[in-house]
Design a protein. Structure first.
Length: 115
């Protein structure tokens, strides 16, 4: 398996979750990684990613609430999600930040924000 996301679940509005994604060494070491999500009936979108120089970028909808980080020794990228809202409900995936280098998406991890 090239990409394995985990950590999703059911959380109340205002709550927090931390997602993890382990990538194969070849993918992690050669690419900047990002977190994507796909809500029902909507296209997949990039919510957070590493860009050139190690900087990060975030979708406007998650700025100030989500934080992406990585552990190179573990080939793992994380997404800390705080102040969750019902509109954050989606299947979350990690992949390369560069669409031309996308690996197989895998199953992702479901995040449901509901009271």
């Amino acid at each position: 398996v090239q990409l394995q996301a985990s950590g999703g679940g059911l959380v109340q509005p205002g709550g927090s979750l931390r997602l993890s994604c382990t990538a194969s060494r070849g993918i992690f070491s050669n690419n900047a990684m990002g977190w994507y999500r796909q809500a029902p009936g909507k296209p997949r979108e990039l919510v957070a990613g590493f860009i050139r120089g190690g900087r990060t970028n975030y979708a406007d909808s998650v700025k100030g609430r989500f934080t992406i980080s990585r552990d190179a020794a573990r080939n793992t990228v994380y997404l800390q999600m705080n102040s969750l809202k019902p509109e954050d409900t989606a299947v979350y995936y990690c992949n390369t930040e560069d669409p031309t280098a996308w690996a197989d998406w895998g199953q992702g991890t479901l995040v449901t924000v509901s009271s």
